[in-house]
Design a binder for this molecule. Structure first.
Ligand code: FES
Length: 287
C-alpha cells in the first residue's frame, strides 16, 4: 500500500479555521482582560492544567494535536518579535505566575507552551523579563537561511522580501518562506531554548483581513509556532525534505520522525493538559 493511502491528503484551498478540534467541554473558558495571574494548581501542580490554545491543524500522522501558535509583531525598525504578556499581580500563597492577554478576542496564555520539557525552561516563566525577538538558529536545513543570515541575528522583515514568490526544491513557489529561529532563549542551554518555525506568506496576510485573532497575532504575513512536534517532541520542517511529498506534505509542516503533518495556515482552537512548571516559579510570598 502506498504511503499516500495511509495518510489521505485534504484537498482544496486551505483556510484559517475557527472552532474547537478534538475538544471536550470548554465550560469556564472565556476571554480575560489585560494581564492576570492564573492559579491552576489543584490537580497537576504549579501552573499546569487544562489549556485552550490556538494552534496549527494536525492533518495526519500520530501526533495528538496541532502545535501552538506564537503571536508576533514587527517593530518600528522592522524586526520581528513574539508577544509575551506581563505579569502584574499575584494573590494568595498558591498562586503561580501565568501571564495572559486578550488578542483578537482570544485568551492568549503562557501555558500554551508548557509541554515537551519546555515547562522547565526559564524561557516560559512568565516573570522572566527576556528579549522577545526571534533570532536565527545556526546551521539548518533551510538553504537561504544558511547562506544569507547568521545564527544569533535578529529576524528582519527585509530578510523575507521575496516571500511572495520564494521557491525552493520542495513545495510550490509562493507557498511560504520559512526560517528556524529561537525565542526568549538568549544565554540558555540548547535543551532550554524554544525552537520556533517562522513563515511569511501572502496567505497569512489574506486571512488577517477577516479574522480578528489572525489579524492580532500575525503581522505583514508572518506567522509563528512553537516548533515542537506534539508526538515525541521532534523539530519539524517546512519545505525542506523531499520525502514529505510521499505524505502530501510538500507545502505543509512535516515531522520526519514519524510522519506527522501540520497545516501552517489552518489555525484552530484546541486544548491539552499543560504540564506544571517547577516549584521555583511560585510567586514571591507563595509556597
Ligand atoms: S511525528 Fe513523532 S515526533 Fe513528530
Amino acid at each position: 500500500m502506498p504511503d499516500s493511502d495511509k495518510y489521505p491528503v485534504e484537498s482544496g484551498r486551505r483556510r484559517f479555521v475557527k472552532g474547537v478540534v478534538g475538544s471536550a467541554a470548554l465550560s469556564g473558558i472565556g476571554v480575560t482582560t489585560a494581564v492576570s495571574v492564573d492559579s491552576m494548581t489543584s490537580q497537576t501542580g504549579a501552573g499546569g492544567g487544562t489549556t485552550v490554545y490556538r494552534g496549527n491543524e494536525l492533518v495526519s500522522g500520530p501526533a495528538p494535536r496541532g502545535m501552538p501558535q506564537i503571536p508576533l509583531e514587527v517593530d518600528d525598525e522592522g524586526y520581528v518579535r513574539g508577544i509575551w504578556p506581563d505579569v502584574e499581580e499575584a494573590e494568595g500563597p498558591d498562586d503561580v505566575a501565568t501571564a495572559e492577554q486578550e488578542i483578537g478576542g482570544v485568551n492568549y496564555s503562557t501555558t500554551w507552551f508548557q509541554y515537551c520539557g519546555s515547562q522547565t525552561s526559564p524561557a516560559v516563566d512568565p516573570r522572566e523579563d527576556r528579549d522577545n525577538y526571534f533570532r536565527y538558529v545556526g546551521a539548518t536545513q533551510i538553504d537561504w537561511q544558511n547562506e544569507e543570515v547568521e545564527g544569533g541575528d535578529r529576524v528582519h522583515v527585509d530578510d523575507f522580501a521575496d516571500y511572495d514568490d520564494y521557491d525552493t526544491v520542495v513545495g510550490d513557489a509562493g507557498a511560504g518562506k520559512p526560517a528556524l529561529v529561537n525565542w526568549r532563549s538568549e544565554g540558555l542551554s540548547p535543551a532550554d531554548r524554544l525552537p520556533v518555525l517562522l513563515i511569511r506568506s501572502p496567505e497569512v496576510e489574506e486571512a488577517a483581513q477577516d479574522d480578528e485573532w489572525i489579524e492580532g497575532s500575525t503581522d505583514q504575513g508572518f506567522i509563528a509556532n512553537l516548533n515542537q512536534c506534539t508526538h515525541y517532541c521532534c523539530v519539524p520542517g517546512f519545505r525542506v525534505l523531499g520525502e514529505s511529498r510521499q505524505f502530501g506534505a510538500e507545502n505543509m509542516i512535516y515531522c520526519n520522525c514519524h510522519q506527522s503533518v501540520y497545516d501552517p495556515y489552518s489555525i484552530t482552537e484546541q486544548q491539552y493538559t499543560a504540564l506544571p512548571r517547577p516549584g521555583d516559579s511560585v510567586l514571591p510570598g507563595g509556597n
